[in-house]
Design a protein around this ligand. Structure first.
Ligand code: UDP
Length: 238
């Protein structure tokens, strides 16, 4: 266990990371591959909390733009994260993982309620805890839920798994000369107005000194590289 640079992590996966090449829902191959990486990290001794987004199914802001009540839209978005959490639980269990889904809104026929002490106990026992339904409140995102849960479980690193291999000085899709940062601190992110996480999530990380690493989840092996202490993607120092 001692060979790992990080003992307890909170891994945030966007809903879109589960879509693969599809434009909606979950690609079983993609979720299977990510589950395999999570299992590898668990077997190496890491304690792992997961927060999964819901953007591959519903986003409240998008539904509101189409005319729906925002709070109802956000509740649908939170339920979408539960769907993704159940899919990830299944994928991990198929690989022999011990997993508990804990939801911030009560749906306890389907999964446990989120109770912080119980969550920490699951981690201590080697179970992977999947924190579903975001923060349980409308007008927040799963980035905020990830920051919140990372602080609550005393994670030593928050990982944001995306489709981009880190934080750039400008949008790398639009600018060929965009430069990726290896390391930044919170003040540099604010001064340069870089989009790392939404403001509420970022403020939580900054105020509580949680280090955040942004990395490309589509590159196999990246999670273990990070756990071994390699510099993958961009680190926002705690
Ligand atoms: N959501 C919410 N409160 C939360 C977390 C999420 O209301 O604490 C809703 C919100 O509508 C959001 C949706 O759930 O758009 C899906 O989450 P998010 O957009 O963060 O997913 P991601 O972009 O990571 O896939």
């Amino acid at each position: 266990m001692s060979h790992l640079a990080h003992r307890r992590i909170l891994l945030k996966l966007s809903g879109e990371a589960l879509m693969g090449e599809e434009d909606y829902g979950i690609d079983p191959k993609v979720i299977g591959r990510i589950a395999q990486e999570v299992m590898e990290a668990r077997e190496a001794g890491a304690e792992i909390g997961l927060v999964i987004g819901g953007g591959n199914i519903f986003r409240g802001a998008g539904l509101a733009a189409a005319g729906m009540d925002r709070v109802t839209g956000d509740q649908m978005g939170m339920l979408a994260t539960v769907i993704n959490a159940l899919a990830m639980q299944d994928a991990l269990e198929k690989l022999g993982g011990k997993v508990r889904v804990m939801s911030a809104i009560k749906i306890n026929d389907v999964c446990e309620d989120y109770i912080r002490r119980r969550a920490v106990r699951h981690l201590e026992k080697g179970r992977i805890a999947i924190f579903a339904a975001g923060t349980g409140n409308p007008f927040f995102t799963t980035d905020s839920a990830a920051a919140l849960r990372a602080i609550e479980i005393n994670a030593d690193l928050l990982l944001k798994a995306t489709k981009v291999d880190g934080v750039y000085d400008k949008d790398p899709k639009k600018h060929q000369d965009a430069v990726r940062f290896e390391e930044l601190d919170h003040d540099e992110v604010i001064a340069r107005d870089l989009q790392v996480m939404d403001t509420a999530a970022f403020a939580l990380c900054r105020d509580h000194g949680i280090p955040l690493r942004v990395y490309d989840v589509s590159v196999p092996g990246n999670l273990m590289r990070i756990l071994r202490g390699e510099s993958v993607g961009t680190l926002v120092r705690g």
